[in-house]
Ligand binder design. Sequence first.
Ligand code: HEM
Length: 410
Amino acid sequence: MIFFVTTETQQTSSIPNFPFIRPEPFGMPGQYEGLRATESVPQVRSADGKLAWLITRYEDVRSVLMDERLSTDKNNPGYPLQNRFFGTGKVDEEKTFFDMDNPDHGVFRRMFATEFTSKAVRNIVPRIQAIVDERLDRMAAAGGPQDLNTSLSLALPTRALCLIIGVPYADFDRLQEKTDLLVSLSTPPAEAAQASAELRDYFLELIAAKRLSPDDDLISRCIRNFVDAGQLSEVQLASTCRILLVAGFETTASMITLGTLALLEHPDQLALFRTMDDQHVGRAIEELLRYLAVAHVGRRRVAIAELEIAGHTIVPGDGIIIATDAADSDSSVFTDPRRLDITRQGNPIVSFGYGVHQCIGQNLARAELRIALTTLFTRFPNLRLARPSSEVAFDQNAMAYRAVDLPVQW
Ligand code: HEM
């Protein structure tokens, strides 16, 4: 029996808490299927105690994510926060496009989007490969068993983002520590707030240094193109660097670890994976993203105008939780959705969201996953779990569904 870590308060009323519990490591919450089948839009209780309407059907999820009558601004009353600490003490001048609606969202997002196009990511692939090689060299030198989270998965996303942003190599570990503190739900709120302020201050200092000696990186380009033109403040640039670091951290790290576990637990799929060329590996990554659906806390919105969703009237101030993980397992779109099939074609996943807020880092995440998983299984052809899979612990309360650790040997 798999051991699940649960730290949140237990159910106290007939309105269920969200996120729902996943009963098996690779299973989806049992409630989703019934909700999709009956086209129900139930009320659930978010971790901050607020009630919100839960959207689970693929078609509804996509249409709601496109609806501009729903706001992503956490300062709007009724916004259901992912956890009790997020958004508290938020200062307006530190707001990033992550929390903005159009037209501001588009204006600020465009300033950063060029850094994450498929072409921009292709250019840094050799450097991502070098990070993975260095981590696996260390793993090999130290010998097994080792926790894959620590050895590879948590290190890669921060380091890749640091390279893009322009953080000096010597600071990588320090930034990973701060990001770790910020995303972990076990960090006391005061400590999380301190880590957040320290990251912002770190980036403000880095901006000052890059002003004196610019380089070929995101910060230097943003100073030249937008800060100096008066379109972006230094505080906004620093806050955006922080949100980029945080947004891409836990999701990508969890995907590397759980992707490895899923392949090890499906030897037929792993055998196929080993034979795949780049294009087919790309398809396999899409399927792993769909199957594992690690972004399990739902996209969050609040209504700013009246609207109808699947026959339900939503009024201004109503919170909405959009379960992209439920949508990615909707059998009206994905045949036999709980089967891992890394050759699945025409796989229109919503794991990266949909509409204007769709993940800005998706090309980067895909590249990291592809490089991490292919290199890991090539470098260690005998990679295996160092303890039975039945003893792997999963954290259901983290921002991304994840394994607490994954000891491996080879
Ligand atoms: C497997 C890894 C990842 C997953 C599953 C994921 C998932 C998502 C999802 C579902 C959204 C939509 C949020 C919403 O609609 O409210 C999103 C947005 C976002 N993601 Fe990712 N993400 C991943 C990796 C990354 C990376 C590597 C970065 C780093 C650049 C990143 C940065 C962002 C940002 C900044 C947004 C907000 C976009 C906006 O509001 O316009 N993500 N991500």
